[in-house]
Structures are given as structure tokens and as C-alpha cells.
Ligand binder design. Sequence first.
Ligand code: LLP
Length: 424
Amino acid sequence: MHHFDRIDGALHAEGVSLEALAEAVGTPAYVYSSATLTRHYGLLRAALDQHAGALGEGLIAFAVKANSNLSVLATLAQLGCGADTVSEGEIRRALAAGIPAGRIIFSGVGKSDAELAFAVETGVRQINVESGAELDRLIAVAADRHAAPAIAIRVNPKIGAGGHARITTGGATDKFGVPIEEAYDLYARASASPHLTPVGLACHIGSQITTLEPMETAFRTLREMTETLRAQGHSVTRLDLGGGLGVPYHGQTDLPSIADYAAMCARVLDGLDVEAAFEPGRLLAANAGVLLSRVIQVNERADGRRFLVLDAGMNDLMRPALYDAFHDLVPVRLREGEPAPYDLVGPICESTDVFARERMLPPIQAGDLVAFMSAGAYGAVLSSEYNSRPLVPEVLVNGDQVAVVRPRPSYAEMWAREPKADWL
Ligand code: LLP
């Protein structure tokens, strides 16, 4: 569910006309709906609260990588949301947006010593350790600071899942996490160190997962490991179940609901007496954003192929080029007539700058506005200035209020970031 609907024929973000927004801000531009973010957070919060007996507090730590705009994070922070972070920059963003350190989880496969030190000094809720080498470095960093940070061991349960091979993280050959046997050894080493406080286990097996089974299997592995670790005399009080739940990019109606997901988690953890944590990214943010774009021209070839050339390119929305991802394209104002197939392309000088092939669209002309739907997660965060295109702006809507929460840089601002070498 989202808050991008037609009013008097034109697509709006909540109470704000996308036509008016395009005039004011220009295109391409990301537009986010506060109401959708709030709704998704609220649905997940309510579903988890239904199972507080099995899941405990059930911290929701938004995966900052999905959408790290400070105003988006602040919107979630005001609701009580925490953050799952993977760099010092993301920790700093979460803090700057008002998320307390006690609700920040630090994950990631390659944390530098400096980043670990920053996390320890900041006093984040928990550091998810992903390897023996990292454990050793963290012990040294914590010892230097006379600290004993809370850690979880991220387990690789040998179950990869997700919407595309390139977004699977839990498979045996994926670089993430520690294989089950090694995880026991790491937990024991962490327990033996006076500089660490092992609190539990974590896993995240992939993204855009559209059935509950692989997650359930992975969570059962965490449960069994918890019982084994406890039998070995260790304390295990927290399980971080990661993110990964998929969203209906195609308008699918057969995806597991948030309520089904929460019930499954509760079923698996029932009676275990742990605090569960969740790291959703896409689930909260994807349908809360669109990428607004204008048709530059329609290139019609003699063989009948039609290219819809948009002012948004793969540098603004990478997902189709990277993962063959599907984003619905919706004209902001519909023209009457028979639908026809179009190849949706951007202006970038790369063959991968194709959003879709032979997409059926109603009649459409140069100058028309269109919206790529479900672009609020892994959209703006992956954008770049490739081809010297100014970084795509971001706009947050709240009812009839509008804020440009990341302005489009001017060319002068772009050049100012590149001081000339003094010998030139
Ligand atoms: N936790 C960890 C440790 C993660 O690595 C991720 C995502 C998440 C949570 C959030 O996963 P989500 O709930 O959003 O599925 N750029 C790709 C997705 C990459 C996901 C990376 N990790 C895409 O656009 O599909």
C-alpha cells in the first residue's frame, strides 16, 4: 500500500501534485511519502507487538542502506525506529537523524579498525561480527578503549534466498557471515574475552524474498544454535533476524503479509526467551518512493520499435541495470488510446541504460511526466553523477507539505567538489 494516487486525473504524492512538483523541482527527482513510511513502520510494529511474548521488544532497525536520506531517517526515528548500519557514515547519519546509539546495529563484512573504534566509542547497541579476523580486531580495538561492546555473531546458514542471484547473501559461497561450526567457536572466543559481551546471533539471507520458507529454515537454525550455545554455558539473549521480506513490485498479491511474517518469527522463537531484532529496508521504504521523470522524446524506428527516451538514466535508478529489476512505469496523466509496447531507456551512453523492454504503455509523448513506482528503496542511494549528470534530488512529502531534502547540485557546486591540482 502506498500514498501515490490520482486526484483529478493527475498522480499525486499524498496531497501534492507530481505535475506541480516537477515544475518546482525539475526532473528527474525522487519523491517520498511520509504517510507510506509511517504506515509501513506502523504495520510492522503492530504485527511484532502482537507477538511480544515470543519476540520481546522486537526492535525494528531500518536498513539505512535502502534509503539513507536524513529526513527519511528522521521520519522513522520519530516513530521509534532503530537503524541497521554498515559503515561509519551510516552510523553518523542515523545519529544525525535522531536515532539513539542504543538502537543502532553495526553490521557489515568489512568494518575497518577505525569504524569499529567509532562504533565502540559511540556505544551502539550491538556489533554484528562476520568473521574470526574481525573478532580479533574488535577485541584489540575494545581492549584499547577498556570497553566490552555487545556483539552478535552473524551466521551464514547456507540458505541463500532473494529476488535475484545478485542479492542473495546467505548461500555457502556468499561472503557474508560465519559458517555454523565456526560460529560456535567464535562465540566461545568472544565469551572468553573480557573485552566483548556476546549477546546473540544474527542472520540475513537475502533480499526481496517472496516466500517465508527459507527464512523460517534459517531462523530455526538460529534457534537450534541458541539452544546448543546455552547448553555449552553461554548466554544468548538476542537474535537478529535481518531483513529481506519482499515487496510487490509487480502488484503481486501472493506475497507473505507482514502479519504472516511476524507470526512465523514468533512460531520459531516461541518459548526461547530472546529479544528479536529486525532489519527491514525495502519493506519500509520501497513503496514509499517514486522516481519522477519526463519523456525527452519518442524514437520510432522504421521496423516499428519504439524507444521512450527519459530524462532519468541508470545513474539515477540502477536497479534494472544491476539486477534486471522491474519497476512499474506510470504516466502522471493518462492519455486515451490503445496501449503499445515501448523500450524504456535513459540518456546514458551505455547499453545497460535500459529500464525495460517492450513495456505496454498508453499513448505517450515527448514532455509527458512518468513515475517509476516502488523506487524508495535502493534508488537514490545507488545514484551517481555518471555522465556528469547532477545528482538526482530527493523530495519528501507530508500531507500537502513539501521539502526538498536533497537539492539537485548546480554545476558550480559539482565543480567545487573537485579542486584543481595546483600545478594545472
Ligand atoms: N540487513 C543486512 C545485513 C543487509 O545486508 C540488508 C540488505 C538488509 C538488512 C536489508 O534488506 P532488505 O530488507 O532491504 O531486503 N540493492 C539491492 C538490495 C541489496 C540488499 C543488501 N542488503 C536491490 O536493490 O535489490
